[in-house]
Ligand binder design. Structure first.
Ligand SMILES: Nc1nc2c(ncn2[C@@H]2O[C@H](COP(=O)(O)OP(=O)(O)OP(=O)(O)O)[C@@H](O)[C@H]2O)c(=O)[nH]1
Ligand SMILES: [Mg+2]
Length: 344
C-alpha cells in the first residue's frame, strides 16, 4: 500500500439545515461559529478537497439536504454519489420534529451505501446539542444514538454529540479523521516512544491547519488529569487564538501561525510548538529548567524522523539519542526556546 498518497471520498449528508456546511466551514475553512449563519442552503453537491497531514486528501462531498436533492441522490445519481465512499458522515439535527422521517431517509442512505460502498465507515453526528438543556443532553444523545444504531443495519457506526458552539465539534471531527489517517500506527508508535524518552506527562499531536488531535500519549501521572475534554478544548482555544492573531496582524487565520508558546509553573512545564510542516506538538513535562530544555531539544531532534515516518518513508526510528538528564543550554535554541523554520 502506498502510504504517501491517499485520497478519500467523504460524503457529508443529512437533512437541510442540520448543520453540515457550518461544521465543514469551521473545521476546514477557518470560519467562526457566529459567521456560519451567513451560509446559504447548499445546492446539489459542493465538492472540496482538503489536505490533511500532507499525504491525505479528503475529497469532501457536501450534499445539500433538501428533499428534492435527496431524491436524486437516491435515484438517478445513486451510483455516482455512493460509489468509492471511504466515509459517510450523517448529521442529525437534534431539534428536528420528525425523527421517524429523518431515520427513514437515513435508512435509505445506508441501503444505497451498502450497495455501492459496503466497506465505508459511517459516523453519525447528533448535532446542535447546545439547544438541549445541559442536564438532559447526555440522556437525549444516548436515546437518539440507540435509534440510529437500530437503523444502521450493515454498518458498525460511531456516533458523536456535537455543537458548533463548543469543543464537542472538535472531538467529533478528530474522531473521524483519526480513522482516516493511513499510517496512524507508525505515528502513534513514534509518539509513544518519544514521549517516554523525554519523560513527558502528556504529549498531544495536532494537525496544523485544523488543530484537530491526531493522537496523544499520557503517562500514569498525565492520566490523572481530571479535565477529560482537554484535547478538544485546546483545539477550540488554538483556533480562536489563530483568529485573534490574524485580526491583529492583518493576515488570514489560515496563515496566522506561531512557533511556540510555553508556560513554566512549579508543578509542570508546558510548550506547544510547530513540530513538522503539518503538525503542532503539545508537551507537558515535570517542572524545572533542565527538564524543559531537554524536552525542547529532543523535540527538535525528533522532528526530521517524525516527518519521514508520517509521510510514509521508513518508520522514523530510531529516535535520536536522548539528552534527558543533561542540563541543556544549546546554542541551537533561539530566544523563544524553539527553532524557527529556517533552523531546519
Ligand atoms: N444552535 C445551533 N445551530 C447550528 C449549529 N450548527 C449549525 N447551526 C445553524 O444551522 C443553520 C443551518 O446550517 P447549515 O450548515 O447551512 O445546514 P446544512 O446542513 O448545510 O443545510 P443544507 O445545505 O440545506 O443541506 C445555520 O443557521 C447554522 O447557524 C449548532 O451546533 N447549534
Ligand atoms: Mg449546506
Amino acid at each position: 500500500m502506498d502510504l504517501r498518497k491517499k485520497k478519500k471520498k467523504v460524503l457529508l449528508m443529512g437533512k437541510s439545515g442540520s448543520g453540515k456546511s457550518s461544521m465543514r466551514s469551521i473545521i476546514f475553512s477557518n470560519y467562526v461559529a457566529k459567521d456560519v449563519r451567513r451560509l446559504g442552503a447548499t445546492i446539489d453537491v459542493e465538492h472540496s478537497h482538503v489536505k490533511f497531514m500532507g499525504n491525505l486528501t479528503l475529497n469532501l462531498w457536501d450534499c445539500g439536504g433538501q428533499d428534492a436533492f435527496m431524491e436524486t441522490y437516491l435515484g438517478g445519481q445513486r451510483s455516482n454519489i455512493f460509489s468509492d465512499v471511504a466515509v459517510l458522515i450523517y448529521v442529525f439535527d437534534i431539534e428536528s420534529r420528525d425523527v421517524e422521517r429523518d431515520l427513514d431517509t437515513y435508512n435509505s442512505v445506508i441501503e444505497a451505501l451498502h450497495q455501492h460502498s459496503p466497506g465505508a465507515h459511517v459516523f453519525c453526528l447528533i448535532h446542535k446539542l447546545d439547544l438541549i438543556q445541559a442536564e438532559h443532553r447526555q440522556r437525549i444523545y444516548e436515546e437518539r444514538s440507540v435509534l440510529i444504531r437500530h437503523r444502521s443495519k450493515y454498518f458498525d457506526i460511531d456516533t458523536f454529540g456535537s455543537s458548533i458552539w463548543d469543543q464537542s465539534l472538535y472531538k467529533a471531527w478528530a474522531g473521524i479523521v483519526h480513522k482516516l489517517i493511513p499510517n496512524l500506527y507508525v505515528i502513534e508508535r513514534f509518539l509513544n516512544a518519544f514521549a517516554k524518552k523525554i519523560d513527558a506527562e502528556e504529549v498531544i499531536l495536532f494537525e496544523r491547519s485544523t488543530f484537530l488531535t491526531i493522537t496523544s500519549f499520557a503517562s500514569e501521572i498525565g492520566s490523572l488529569n481530571p479535565i477529560y475534554d482537554r484535547h478538544e478544548r485546546l483545539s477550540n482555544i488554538m483556533k480562536a487564538f489563530k483568529h485573534c492573531a490574524a485580526r491583529n496582524t492583518h493576515t488570514t487565520p489560515a496563515s496566522a501561525g506561531f512557533h511556540v508558546m510555553h508556560t513554566k509553573t512549579p508543578q509542570f512545564n508546558v510548550f506547544l510548538g510547530q513540530f513538522t510542516d503539518n503538525t503542532y506538538i503539545f508537551v507537558v513535562v515535570p517542572p524545572g529548567e533542565a527538564s524543559y530544555n531537554c524536552a525542547v531539544l529532543n523535540t527538535m531532534l525528533a522532528r526530521q524522523g517524525f516527518a519521514k515516518a508520517s509521510s510514509g518513508h521508513g518508520d522514523g526510528f530510531p529516535i535520536p539519542a536522548s539528552s534527558v538528564g543533561q542540563s541543556v543550554n544549546s546554542p541551537v535554541l533561539n530566544a523563544t526556546g524553539f527553532p524557527t523554520r529556517s533552523d531546519d
